[in-house]
Design a protein around this ligand. Structure first.
Ligand code: AMP
Ligand code: MN
Ligand code: MN
Length: 328
C-alpha cells in the first residue's frame, strides 16, 4: 500500500470507529471550503454518524444552491463535545475562526488540506499540495475507502473542484482533475446547471463593485503588476457582502503582461485583506504573504495586514515589484 492509501486507511478507520463529528473550514469560505465541508458531512451522515457542519460565516448566499446547503451553519454560542474535529481546506488552524471555540473537546483532530504552507496541525494529517482543491483529495479519499458518494455529495465535490481550479483552467488542473470531474458527472452532476449557478448568477451588486474597483486600478513594473482597492467607504456605499469579491481579482490576472495581481480590501478592524495572484511560478506570492503573516499557494495567496489602506498598498506593492524584478 502506498503512503497515501495508508494514510487514507488510517483516517477512514478513525471515521468509522467514532460517532460524533464536527466538520469545519476556513473563515471567508470559498466554494472549496463549503463544498468540501458538505461533501464529507453528507458521506458521514450516510454512514449513520452524528455530524455538525460549521463555518464562521455560515452558508453564503451564493452557494445556497448546493445540495443540502442547509446542513452547514454558523457555530452555536455554547460549545459542544465531539469525538473527532475535522479541519478542511484550512491553511492555519486559527483560520477556523469561531468554529474552533465551538468545539469544546475532541478526542482527535483531522487536518485535510492542499495548502503547501499548512503547518500540519492536528493528530491525523493529510496534506497534498499538488491537489488543486481539497474537494479533489476528498473525492480520492471517499472513493479509495469506499465511503458513500451520493449525487448530492458529487455535486458538492464538483463545485469545490470547479471553483478552486477557476473552472478547470488554473495550472493546478491535472489530467486526474478531469478524470474525477468525469466520474462526478457519472455520479449525477448536471454540469450546465451547476456552472450557471456558480458563474452566471451573480447579484448586480457584484458587478457594481467591479466597476468601483476598476476605477482604482493601477499598474507598475512595466505592466507586470496590477492592483485595485476597496475602501470601507465604498464597500458601505455599495452595500457589498464579503462574498461578492471572490474571483474579481481574476480580471486583473487576465490582463496580458500582468504577472502579479493584488486586491486590497480595507476591513473594519484596522486591517487590510490582501489577496494576491501570480501567473508565473518564479514569482511566489505565498512567500510575500508569509512575510506579512499570511499564506496560501505559490500562485494564489493572502494575508491580513494591520495598517491604513494606503500604507499597506505601498508596502505590498514594493515587495511585489521587487519579487517581479528579481525573478522575471
Ligand atoms: P484569497 O486571495 O482569499 O482567495 O486566498 C488565496 C489563497 O491564500 C487561499 O488558498 C487562502 O487559503 C490563502 N490565504 C488567504 N488569506 C490567508 C491568510 N490570512 N493566511 C493564510 N492563508 C491565506
Ligand atoms: Mn479555500
Ligand atoms: Mn482550496
Amino acid at each position: 500500500m502506498n503512503e497515501r492509501d495508508a494514510k487514507f486507511a488510517e483516517i477512514a478507520r478513525v471515521l468509522r470507529e467514532h460517532n460524533k463529528f464536527a466538520v469545519l473550514s476556513h473563515v471567508r469560505p470559498d466554494g472549496d471550503a463549503l463544498g468540501s465541508t458538505l461533501a464529507l458531512t453528507l458521506s458521514l451522515k450516510e454512514l449513520g454518524k452524528e455530524v455538525k457542519a460549521w463555518n464562521e460565516d455560515g452558508m453564503l448566499e451564493k452557494y445556497n444552491f448546493l445540495a443540502k446547503a442547509e446542513l452547514l451553519t454558523t457555530p452555536p454560542s455554547s460549545p459542544e463535545d465531539f469525538d473527532v474535529g475535522i479541519a478542511l481546506d484550512t491553511a492555519v488552524q486559527n483560520r477556523l475562526g469561531t468554529t474552533l471555540a465551538a468545539v469544546r473537546s475532541a478526542k482527535l483532530w483531522i487536518n485535510i488540506d492542499h495548502h503547501p504552507s499548512n503547518p500540519r496541525y492536528g493528530d491525523l494529517v493529510y496534506i497534498d499540495p499538488t491537489a488543486p482543491a481539497t474537494g479533489q483529495i476528498l473525492y480520492e479519499f471517499l472513493k479509495n475507502q469506499k465511503f458513500p458518494i451520493t449525487p448530492a455529495i458529487a455535486e458538492n465535490l464538483y463545485a469545490a473542484i470547479s471553483t478552486d481550479t477557476g473552472s478547470f483552467q488554473y495550472p493546478n488542473t491535472t489530467m486526474r482533475t478531469f478524470q474525477i470531474a468525469a466520474e462526478l458527472v457519472e455520479c449525477g452532476v448536471d454540469v450546465g446547471r451547476v456552472s450557471q449557478l456558480l458563474y452566471e448568477s451573480f447579484p448586480r451588486r457584484r458587478i457594481e463593485l467591479l466597476r468601483e474597483l476598476l476605477g482604482t486600478m493601477h499598474f507598475a513594473c512595466d505592466g507586470k503588476l496590477a492592483w485595485f482597492s476597496l475602501s470601507q467607504t465604498a464597500a458601505v456605499a455599495l452595500g457589498v457582502l464579503p462574498e461578492d469579491n471572490e474571483g474579481l481579482i481574476d480580471h486583473l490576472r487576465a490582463i496580458r503582461g500582468v504577472v502579479v495581481a493584488i486586491f486590497f480590501e480595507e476591513l473594519t478592524d484596522g486591517k487590510v485583506r490582501v489577496s494576491m495572484r501570480s501567473k508565473d511560478e518564479a514569482v511566489d506570492v505565498c512567500a510575500i504573504c508569509k512575510e506579512f503573516g499570511g499564506g496560501g499557494h505559490i500562485l494564489a495567496a493572502g494575508a491580513r495586514v494591520a495598517g491604513a489602506l494606503s500604507e499597506v498598498e505601498k508596502k505590498i506593492v514594493e515587495k511585489a515589484c521587487a519579487a517581479i524584478e528579481r525573478n522575471t
